[in-house]
Design a protein around this ligand. Sequence first.
Ligand code: FUB
Length: 338
Amino acid sequence: MSDPSDTTDLKTLAERAVSQPLVTHIYTADPSAHVFEGKVYIYPSHDIEAGIPFNDLGDHFGMEDYHVLRMDSPQGEAIDCGVALHVKDVPWAQRQMWAPDAAEKDGKYYLYFPAKRADGIFQIGVAVGDRPEGPFTPQPDAIRGSYSIDPAVFADDDGAYYMYFGGLWGGQLQQYRDNAHDASHAEPADDAPALGPKIARLTADMREFAEAPREVLILDDNGEVLRAGDHDRRFFEASWLHKFNGRYYFSYSTGNTHYLCYAVGDSPYGPFTYQGRILTPVVGWTTHHSICAFDNQWYLFYHDSILSGGVTHLRSIKVTPLQHDADGRIVTIDPYGK
Ligand code: FUB
């Protein structure tokens, strides 16, 4: 077990992340990391070459299954626990198993995942298992009222669980207003409020939404909702929530400007006020992460496309230390240590 006060160890880990992914035998992305049973479990996307031509809707991300990875600590070796769920076993889903997340409650484990139905619409499903690594048995239907992509489930200290979700462009979030789908909707005009991610509290059995999804507001320093044209700061995809010193840190990707950013608030529902960047752009179009504490040290799990020579849909997950400064601000990380 690493000693979190050992700064040499953390420096070595940060240096390792520049060049070394956690695993190299498969491509992995969108790492959602949690500490379960004293170990780090990572729930990534499993990238493959599906042979689908590149387009702005991300059709080339043709993933079919999920592998769960386990580490004794963030400094340790990542062990591939094998296939935890395959799309062929999910009755409602047809293709594109994108970024998943997982949660534990009362000794059961829940794998949340987006996938496209046969009609090409994304929804979010849940599969249930007895072990962190699965296998997971999918519910027969997608979560009622779910849409778009990138579920991230946050367990608050009071026992409530919340799902954040949503992603623009190929993630279809722009096609929804007030939780209703209309494929003709696009992103709002540049000077209009940006579309926010969504949040819904989960039911006690973790299988459904306990309420209609609500919009999460991300504000600027003047208390105004970020504008849709503010591509350096507006939400695009890759929601994550961690709690630090009693405050809620919502982090996300800006998509086409390739930043991981964060905003802070006093409730899981927000509003959150924009604070700054967590990670500057990585090699590859997408950037997607999770933030997880282990032995009182925070870590950023993220991905890049270095191993595949820059192929956007063939990514590899990495881990590096993350610091909050004395004011609670996250110190921006350069993925290549420049
Ligand atoms: O992995 C497919 C998609 O790419 C994810 O759902 C997005 O967040 C982006 O990382």
